[in-house]
Design a protein around this ligand. Structure first.
Ligand code: 0HH
Length: 210
């Protein structure tokens, strides 16, 4: 077992970008699976700084907040750009992914049946900025920022995968994003992870909606 442990519900949710980063970077980690029963007891919640998971352990360093976990791993594994300017651009794009993730979570957990059609209608305007960002970086043939993969690529890939489940045609008018998803999904270690039983069996969200 490696030194990394992810403590989270058995869903993709706010854990999956971290899992994809770790798998693609050939890191081993332990899944500390939080069942509803464990969470109900309340001890784990009390032990988390903001009363929420994911929680992540790097040896004896314990942290929470999914985006902080991604950034920590980015610093550990050289996935935070090649200079300060790229790091700032990565922060900017990651905040854009977070904004979309919050909207997606609101749909899934608060307004799925009544809100889905309207959400899908508004989706192109949400995805267009990422298509534009890709186009500006090496004509869209590489990564979201810079010449190397970064933590934001895993986070963006995750949110795009989620939307392809929600609305399978959502990238039809975004050829660069569609190719980006295919290209990243095909990275050998990531592909092995994506095809693993653990990943295939793991629901996307905590309420059965997707
Ligand atoms: N900012 C934090 C992060 O990025 C947010 C963590 C968070 O929301 O890490 N954690 C949730 C589980 S993931 C948690 O610990 C989201 C899935 C459930 C969302 C439900 C929203 C319902 C709205 C009607 N939740 C348990 C808890 O807070 O007790």
């Amino acid at each position: 077992p490696g030194k990394y442990t992810l403590t989270y519900f058995p869903v993709r949710g706010r854990g999956e970008a971290t899992r994809m980063l770790l798998a693609d970077q050939k890191q081993e980690w332990t899944e500390d699976v939080v069942t509803g029963e464990i969470w109900q007891k309340g001890d784990l919640k009390k032990s988390c700084v903001f009363g929420q998971v994911p929680r992540f352990q790097d040896g004896d360093f314990v942290l929470v907040q999914s985006n902080a976990i991604l950034r920590h791993l980015a610093r550990n594994h050289g996935l935070y750009g090649q200079d300060a300017r790229e790091a700032t651009l990565l922060d900017m794009v990651n905040d854009g992914v977070e904004d979309l993730r919050v909207k997606y979570a609101r749909l899934i957990y608060q307004n799925y049946d009544a809100g889905k059609a309207e959400y899908i209608e508004a989706l192109p305007a949400q995805l267009r900025p990422f298509e534009n960002l890709l186009a500006q970086n090496d004509g869209g043939k590489g990564f979201i920022v810079g010449k190397k993969i970064s933590f934001v690529d895993y986070n963006l890939l995750d949110i795009l995968q989620l939307h392809l489940v929600l609305a399978p045609n959502c990238l039809d008018s975004f050829p660069l994003l569609a190719a980006y998803v295919q290209r990243l999904n095909a990275r050998p270690h990531l592909k092995t992870y994506l095809e693993s039983e653990g990943r295939k069996q793991r629901p996307i969200n905590n309420n059965g909606k997707q």
